[in-house]
Design a protein around this ligand. Structure first.
Ligand code: PRP
Length: 180
């Protein structure tokens, strides 16, 4: 039984329409532009889900920024509380003395961000803030506070605007909930 057929059979409902995302992204961008006025922060997107949000967010900023990416794999987080995280693609730009903003599409258990935040702080970032489009706070296993947050969502399997189910749906312009 192929995964694709199963995914195709799932129905989806729009949870956050495109216009609402666009409006919220602009609001967050205004906040960041204001908070970082006179500086040039480094935006670090956590691959792959964050790229759509990051692309829209950075184009709405009125300050200069640099961009880089990291990718992390976590093991055990869905099945056990002791999830471990491993960096599978590291940033390439220097971060020593740089204001850094981590960009995520969704924060779930918090394991990925907690790990990456500590790692980049240890490497000497001047400051480190977190910006996530979706906060699933109810599922938090590791405490991580979000400095900029688009939407708080309680439950549901979310796809679209970067979020996937078996690598599908990332290109939907809105955020949907998958229904059986
Ligand atoms: C998702 C999401 C975050 C992470 C959040 O990435 O983009 O990076 O999971 O989960 P956590 O808070 O429980 O650590 P995923 O591993 O699905 O990779 P993807 O972005 O490539 O889809």
């Amino acid at each position: 039984m192929g995964g694709k057929g199963k995914v195709d059979a799932l129905k989806r409902e729009v949870l956050i329409p495109e216009a609402a995302i666009r409006k919220r992204v602009r609001e967050i961008a205004d906040q960041i532009s204001n908070d970082y006025k006179g500086t040039e922060p480094l935006l670090v997107g956590i691959l792959k889900g964050s790229i759509i949000f990051m692309a829209d967010l950075m184009r709405a900023l009125s300050i200069p920024v640099q961009m880089d990416f990291m990718r992390a794999a976590s093991y055990g987080s869905k099945m056990a509380s002791s999830g471990t995280v491993r960096v599978t693609k590291d940033i390439e730009l220097p971060i020593q003395g740089k204001p850094v903003i981590l960009i995520e599409d969704i924060v779930d258990s918090g394991l990925t961000l907690a790990y990456i935040k500590e790692l980049l702080e240890d490497r000497g970032a001047a400051s480190l803030k977190i910006c996530a489009l979706i906060d699933k706070r109810e599922r938090r296993e590791q405490d991580v506070s979000l400095d900029y947050c688009g939407f708080q969502i309680k439950e549901g399997f979310l796809v679209g605007y970067g979020l996937d189910c078996n690598e599908e749906y990332r290109n939907l312009p809105e955020i949907c909930v998958l229904k059986e």
